[in-house]
Design a protein around this ligand. Structure first.
Ligand code: ADP
Length: 483
């Protein structure tokens, strides 16, 4: 890995605790593996719960001075960090591709996307205005001030090793909090490289620590049980989200949860089919189907079903599967054998229940899988209720609007949804009827730092990005004065 970087020092195997690069106290390490080749690329410090407690203590020690700085000073440091992330975009992207598998072009895109949150929230820091409220009695003066919540902890997954951290650390630091981040054990290198650049940007020691470790449940417990931690921000599965919410209940800790999705992608008769195909490809196959906003269920209206399926087939067959570092790879490997098994399971289940393969359908040696379309999908299939997280596109047929809205909403999840249509009254009606935190209309790509990202129902709590995203890291204080 170091050979393909202009800054090999960005590959770091130590943890970043209290502003120092440290080994685990017990000297333990864990292997990081390149999913495209299966080889070990690094051995990273495997922190214990006690190591993580130290990072939390450092955060507590340093947060007051950080919060006391002016917003402008914090913003300047975040801006320098943003600049360094972008200056090192190519190296950061290569590190990401090697540890996570996504094609280099997507990795570059993620670095820019992640950095955009650092830039955005630095700018927002300067506009965290309070309120004055007309008093309820003649002598009363009421003001509302907003203050950083305190020490925050984050837990993030492997599918966006940079951006999921940036979306949490950016607003936390901008608000004046200190934050301890546990990256996924599968992708710690991207997080550690980010921390290195944060250090170079002049972030004071201790306000941002990165604590890699294999024992996620133990670290999660420390985050929830340590009384110094005031806020937990998590991205991952709904199951782990539930565990963390239960654990956080004892301290009544404020939580943000970005959990699983099961996105419907609806193509109506009046859709621009070429645009819908392009959107479906972007939305379903980005990151090899491994995003929580990936289309999971594609509903196509009767009148265009066959035409859409034929066009989608051509587009899918043009996708190239390969090592993300190789030019022209559109789909990299999946993250693990468990991920391959899940795609296989959803596919076998669909075929057993009457589905038919239109294209793809086979695993390829290593962790690769052919991008696959299955026609005649039904609500009895596993894919109708469970997120595949892989390159498997089931096509459901529907006849009318109300039917498809009911099917689309028939899930415990409510993160992203998409539809393609031109009729303006249909567009309004469907957008309002979909029970989702995000609706993409005539587009398959919705992520941006300027808009609130998040789910309803069991897809989560809170929002990331936009001016709303920083609220999660602040408390309001009502100050009542008698004059
Ligand atoms: P994914 O399917 O995206 O891997 P998970 O919810 O399993 O989603 O994992 C998301 C993150 O949560 C990962 O970093 C993982 O290591 C971590 N994690 C898994 N189980 C726990 C737990 N019990 N407590 C805290 N973190 C956990």
């Amino acid at each position: 890995l170091k050979d393909i970087l202009s800054r090999p020092d960005l590959v770091i195997e130590k943890a970043f605790v209290g502003g120092e690069w440290v080994d685990a106290e017990e000297g333990k390490t864990f292997d990081v593996i390149n999913p495209a080749r299966g080889d070990v690329i690094a051995q990273v410090a495997d922190l214990s719960r006690a190591d993580v407690a130290k990072a939390i203590e450092k955060a507590e020690e340093t947060r007051h001075a950080w919060a006391a700085r002016t917003a402008k000073e914090r913003a300047q440091i975040l801006r320098r960090w943003f600049d360094l992330l972008m200056q090192n975009q190519e190296d950061l992207a290569r590190i990401m591709t090697v540890e996570q598998g996504k094609p280099l072009a997507e990795a570059r895109g993620e670095i820019a996307y992640g950095a955009s949150f650092i830039e955005w929230f630095g700018e927002e820091a300067k506009r965290l205005y309070g309120e004055t409220i007309p008093g309820h009695q003649p002598d009363k003066r009421i003001t509302v001030i907003r203050q950083p919540i305190g020490v925050c902890a984050s837990i993030t997954p492997w599918n966006f090793p940079n951006a999921m951290i940036a979306r949490k650390v950016g607003p936390a630091l901008a608000a004046g909090c200190a934050i301890v981040a546990r990256p996924s054990e599968l992708t710690p290198l991207s997080a550690l490289a980010m921390a290195k650049l944060a250090e170079e940007a002049g972030l004071p020691p201790g306000v941002f620590s990165v604590v890699p470790g294999l024992d996620a449940p133990a670290i999660g417990q420390e985050f929830c049980e340590n009384p110094l931690v005031r806020k937990l921000t998590f991205t991952g599965s709904t199951n782990v989200g539930r565990i963390l919410l239960r654990q956080a209940a004892d301290q009544v800790m404020k939580c943000s949860m970005e959990l699983g999705g099961n996105a419907p992608f609806i193509v109506f008769d009046d859709a621009d089919l070429d645009a819908a195909v392009a959107g479906a490809i972007a939305c379903k196959f980005r990151n090899n189907g491994q995003t929580c906003v990936c289309a999971n269920r594609i509903y196509v209206q009767d009148g265009v079903y066959d035409a859409f399926a034929a066009k989608l087939k051509d587009a899918v067959e043009a996708l190239k599967v390969g090592d993300g570092l190789e030019d022209g790879s559109d789909l990299g490997p999946l993250i693990s054998t468990a991920a391959i098994d899940k795609v296989r399971d959803h596919l076998d289940d669909a075929l057993a229940k009457g589905g038919s393969v239109l294209t793809g359908g086979k695993a390829i040696e290593g962790l690769f899988f052919e991008p696959t379309i299955v026609c005649d999908a039904t609500t009895e299939m596993k894919v109708a209720t469970d997120e595949t997280f892989g390159p498997f596109a089931p096509l459901f047929r529907f006849t009318d609007e109300d039917e498809v809205i009911a099917m689309a909403n028939d899930t415990i999840f409510g993160l992203a949804s998409y539809f393609y249509a031109k009729d303006i009254s249909r567009v309004y009606k469907v957008a309002e009827a979909l029970e989702y935190g995000i609706v993409g209309i005539n587009t398959g790509i919705i992520s941006t730092e300027v808009a609130p990202f998040g789910g309803v129902k069991q897809s989560g709590l809170g929002r990331e990005g936009s001016h709303h995203g920083i609220e999660e890291f602040m408390e309001m204080k009502y100050v009542c004065m008698s004059v």
